[in-house]
Design a protein around this ligand. Sequence first.
Ligand code: ZN
Length: 491
Amino acid sequence: MAAEADTVADDTLNGRYYAASSATTSAVAVGASLPPRSHTQTARRPVQAPSPLPATPPLITNMPSAVTCTFVGEGSANVVFSVLLANDVDDDSNGAQDGDSQAVKAVGAVKDANPKKADAGAGPLSTHLLRIPKAGPGVSPTTCLEHQAYYSSVLRPLLGADCLVGQHLIQGVVSTGVHAVLNGLLNDLDHSRRRRRDWVGTGVAANVDVALLVEDMTSACKRASSPSTTTTIQCKPKWLVQSPSAPAEARRCRTCALSAASAAPSCSSESSTTANGATNGHAGRVKSAKVHKIKPCPMVLVADPPTTPQEEAELEAALWDYICKNLGSAMSCSTSSPTPAPINASSPPVALLKARPTIIRWMRTTDLFHRMAAIQAEFDPHGALSVEVEADDGVVPSTTQATSVALDRLQTAMTLRDCTCFLRVTTGESSAATAAPVSVSAKLGDLDRKDGRRKLVRWQAQERTLLEGGYYLGTEEPRQQTHCWLERQRD
Ligand SMILES: [Zn+2]
């Protein structure tokens, strides 16, 4: 049975999300919400520009006074931690010290015998992760407020809350001392050489007291009502339509062109750009060094329907290959072992292999990727090179209203081109008479707004590199092997 509805987490994510909102402070207005769009909307309908929305009460949780923090993962711009009430650690994060990439530090002694009752804001901590910016250019005390406002006023109306990873604000990261603990964890990882080389020495921004709590997409089994196993696979769908400035005779899509450029020995600056854009997943694992792998071609996610049995077999093989190439980031948990753990990508669990037909069927029938493609096309119809501006120190100043609107729309397209898709596959138990039930769902996360005014110059330079280097045409020397779906369709 293919299902888009998230049967495991429906009663947890949104329930806790809104329950938390009702019990928290109301210091910051962060945006608005509309009723979510149906998850079964037509794929390629025109996408309406976000319109002004009425204000709604803010959603913000207070950081409890005594918590235990665990490093979960990091990207170039953000770090993700599990933050639990100190008393909950023995019960809920018993695997926290198992993995190489994890460590635990408590902020302080628990002052109340029952901190769950003592701190009404602690509820979401068991289902959400702390996502906080690293110190860097442009990071300010309001960075997460801006992310949340963009999420609420632009992305949620555009995509619908059902297909977005839930998130809201948490305040008190600095004032409770948690900030210092988080940086201590990162420092420990530095000293034990368990961080990616180019991220060593980076830390959590000292001026960010208000951060984000994001739904933990790997922990659904903690709350499952019947025995089941959930595997969460992360992928980045990237560019689901061709770049508007790609040549008509292109043999590669934009994602594969950039993959080729990243892998090319003569393109070191491009490599750096790719690494920054491609590793922002919220539950990734520590990498020892920057690696430029050829990414799986995302165009298979929006492939035209096959017309022959041979085409059908090719498409299904390509979709499964896409899944397999993303298993390196997959985490699994079960009702008997609720702490998420990485799976062995070279030897996936049998239950996941048996779920292949359901996963493929879901990938072929979901409208999620077509909707993302439609938004990318509509919000970026002419490409970054078409936005003509004078940049000052790489930053585009406020110019005409038309340019400003074009940049706003381009940055939304670019935000969707760098988000992470969390694909959840839940398998129940089989019986003598029936096969194990399987459900598949997906949500999009890592949706920080891409600042078009800061990034336009870089986006334009990147596009010129791809065009001038022949990466769309596949004429670069030496030729890189990218297995682009477009190229496979031409051969
Ligand atoms: Zn491709």
